[in-house]
Design a binder for this molecule. Structure first.
Ligand SMILES: [Zn+2]
Length: 410
């Protein structure tokens, strides 16, 4: 009898889950034109971080239409939202949407597709969530790109995100996959304040702020030979003066430091701050460092969730070999901070050989191929959520793995 039950229970949950997945899939298919329209609309009107009024309102309006209860304006951020559907009891699965664009090149990071996928998963799950225990929470997370002040909406709303037991999202790019890590990151502005003077007639009276910036870059370049291959330091000169025959009294640079772990990030960031201090001493121009984005943590991978995404994508006809080891990315995301506090999945979605963060990347995030792939990802994310909500022990397995990885990290 016991043996019979042992076999019967998993089969029962599998059959239940398959019929729920069919319902989810049908709902997403039914709304596919609307989903693509939403992606195109967000793509055609790119908004910078914390200014994503149109995109966030568009998602909120539609989530409400599908029965979600929405809080709009969350954790002091006007364009953040939380949309819930399902019962109070049982676990909660968070699905995260991003919708900010890059300055000058629009949606070259494909956050329009992240929105489309999260909203697609939401309307699929809306059809079935009342039939099972638990709830889904769609988090609208502003300002993922680290280019605006107070960037990193997920860091700001992390206490709210903690209501979920697990967090899921996607990111478009040039491959399928899901088992990946990202770098921790600091994004900061360096300013030098000097004294201007006639560059030909009285240079001896000047304190050259631009030299402070140039020495900072030179000091960083000298540091490079001592960095491991996963560490990144990069940036741009924001202001280098106004007139070539006036010595600049003000110059600034926007810099990023990225490293595979938080302790390593702190170590490198301290070295860069010392370089800036050195440039100040050498030039006499006063330096000032202002944090631009919140500190992004490295992303902790989760094999349990990664496998779920791969298997569910397989059901949808997209296959790739099992990733035995996590892929390391030099990039960073505020989803890293989420992955530090709960099992988290970022499913990669192949949209062609696009180079993100480039003008061509912006074209690649609104193609038919991109939209077809994103529709599949919406289904896969919804399927993963269903597995976690209905299959006994699965969420606990993902949590246990997360706990072990955090302990190993420390
Ligand atoms: Zn990006």
């Amino acid at each position: 009898m016991e043996l019979f039950l042992r076999g019967f229970i998993p089969v029962f949950f599998m059959v239940l889950c398959m019929s729920l997945k069919d319902t989810v899939s049908e709902s997403i298919d039914k709304h596919q034109d609307e989903l693509i329209e939403i992606s195109k609309k967000i793509h055609s009107e790119p908004e910078l971080g914390h200014q994503e009024a149109k995109a966030s309102k568009l998602l909120v309006k539609n989530l409400k239409r599908h029965g979600f209860k929405v809080e709009y304006g969350v954790a002091g951020m006007e364009t953040a939202f939380i949309a819930r559907k399902g019962g109070e009891k049982g676990p909660a699965i968070g699905i995260l949407a991003e919708y900010d664009a890059l300055p000058g090149i629009g949606h070259a990071c494909g956050h329009n597709l992240i929105s489309m996928s999260a909203y697609g998963a939401a309307i699929g799950l809306a059809k079935v969530i009342e039939k099972i225990e638990g709830r889904i929470i769609i988090y609208g997370t502003p300002a993922e790109e680290g280019v605006v002040q107070n960037a990193g909406g997920k860091v700001v709303m992390i206490e709210k995100i903690k209501e979920a037991d697990s967090a899921l999202m996607i990111h478009a790019g040039n491959r399928w996959g899901s088992y990946s890590m990202t770098n921790a990151r600091e994004s900061f502005l360096v300013e030098f304040h000097g004294k201007s003077s006639h560059a030909g007639a009285a240079p001896e009276k000047a304190v050259n702020a631009l030299e402070g910036v140039l020495l900072t870059f030179q000091g960083i370049n000298a540091l490079r030979q001592h960095l491991d291959k996963d560490t990144r330091i990069h940036g741009i000169i924001k202001h280098g003066g106004d007139t070539a025959n006036t010595i600049p009294d003000y110059a600034s640079a926007h810099l990023y430091v990225r490293a595979p772990s938080m302790p390593r990030l702190e170590e490198i960031y301290t070295k860069v701050k010392n370089i800036i201090k050195g440039a100040e001493l050498a030039t006499g121009a006063r330096s000032e460092i202002t944090q631009v984005a919140n500190t992004y943590a490295n992303k902790i991978p989760n094999k349990t969730l990664s496998d779920l995404y791969r298997v569910n994508m397989g059901i949808l006809g997209v296959e790739w070999p099992e990733e035995k080891e996590p892929t390391k990315s030099g990039a960073s995301t505020d989803f890293g901070n989420v992955s530090q506090v709960m099992p988290a999945l970022s499913g990669h979605v192949y949209i062609g050989d696009v180079v993100l963060h480039s003008p061509d990347g912006a074209k690649g995030t609104a193609t038919q191929q991109a939209h077809e792939a994103t529709l599949l990802s919406a289904k896969a994310i919804a399927y993963v959520a269903l597995d976690l909500l209905t299959e006994p022990g699965l969420l606990e397995k993902a949590k246990q793995e997360h706990k072990e990885r955090i302990e190993r990290q420390g």
